[in-house]
Design a protein around this ligand. Structure first.
Ligand SMILES: C[S@@+](CC[C@H](N)C(=O)[O-])C[C@H]1O[C@@H](n2cnc3c(N)ncnc32)[C@H](O)[C@@H]1O
Length: 290
């Protein structure tokens, strides 16, 4: 089979098998799998599409196509994804970073600007760092501006901490530190800003049986109390680990904004606001400690 024939075959196979995936782009996925296996760029694949695929590559492609046809996300198959301007390794130890989380990065950078103007530096804690996506995206921007920073990312899962360290190395951001901790358990410092995209899905949510999340670990997805348990824990403890006038920024479910705002009580917090994601849904709530 040559490259052109395989593209036609793979596109059709994915379209027939992933009828429930509204975001499927069968042609893009087919090219990405070919690039991964052959090492050719997309342009090379297009230019030399009459080239025969070796038996070995055909076997590899069949195995990967089968995984994709069962719904496994491309990021897990390829072992990497893009987030912000970074290329990140991913693994089944944690969530695949989502574009909506870039909203959290954007607002964290906004509040960081104010701290930098005041003190010439900023310290940030990322709780439930996973791949390190949020911590590393913020660090990358601050580094480009020549800003001094202290950024620490923590995660409960040892595999996620190791992955975040690899991503720091891959993106030349070795001054970002990662350590294992259950939320604030091993934290001994105060920070200007705490950011988190914690698990916030209700364990009963039927969406857990659909799409990409079926392949992601429950430790990254679900929280007790209809998804609020970890958000609530973080809000309750954060004042002990924030500098006065420090900021807390939390990603949450699109219908959780109102309740999250209610956890940020007036006696401790002010400037409470929720911002919407690219789809127009409430996604990130931020508040400043008194
Ligand atoms: C929704 S994922 C977010 C990952 C990453 N920050 C991102 O935005 O792509 C939640 C992360 O929280 C971690 N986590 C879950 N429970 C935790 C706990 N008790 N302490 C620290 N991290 C925890 C999970 O392992 C997972 O990596």
């Amino acid at each position: 089979m040559n490259i052109a024939q395989w593209i036609v075959y793979a596109k059709q196979y994915l379209t027939e098998n992933l009828t429930n995936d509204p975001y499927l782009n069968a042609k893009t996925d087919s090219y990405l799998l070919l690039q991964f296996v052959t090492g050719y760029s997309k342009l090379q694949l297009m230019a030399f599409n009459d080239r025969e695929l070796s038996k070995e590559n055909c076997e590899k492609l069949t195995a990967l196509l089968e995984r994709r046809a069962k719904g496994e996300p491309m990021a897990y198959i390829l072992g990497e994804t893009e987030f912000w301007s970074l290329n990140l390794k991913v693994s089944p130890d944690t969530l695949i970073p989502r574009p909506d989380t870039e909203m959290l990065v954007e607002h964290a950078l906004n509040v960081a600007k104010e701290k930098i103007q005041q003190k010439g530096k900023v310290s940030i804690l990322d709780l439930g760092t996973g791949t390190g996506a949020i911590a590393l995206a913020i660090a990358d921007e601050l580094k480009k501006c020549g800003t001094k920073y202290r950024i620490l990312g923590v995660d409960l899962v040892a595999g996620a901490v190791a992955l975040a360290r690899q991503n720091a190395e891959q993106n030349d951001l070795l001054d970002v530190e990662f350590q294992q901790s259950s939320w604030f358990q091993n934290i001994t410092e105060h920070f200007d800003i705490i950011v988190s995209n914690p698990p916030y899905i209700d364990p009963q949510d039927p969406h857990l049986q659909q799409g990409d999340v079926r392949f992601e670990p429950l430790s990254a997805l679900i929280a007790e109390d209809q998804g609020y348990a970890d958000l609530q824990k973080i809000i309750a403890k954060a004042p002990q680990f924030l500098q006065p006038q420090g900021w807390l920024l939390l990603e949450h479910g699109w219908q959780q904004g109102k309740k999250v705002r209610s956890f940020l009580t007036e006696n401790l917090w002010h400037s409470v606001q929720t911002v919407k994601d690219y789809g127009g849904n409430e996604r990130v709530t931020l508040a400043r400690l008194k």
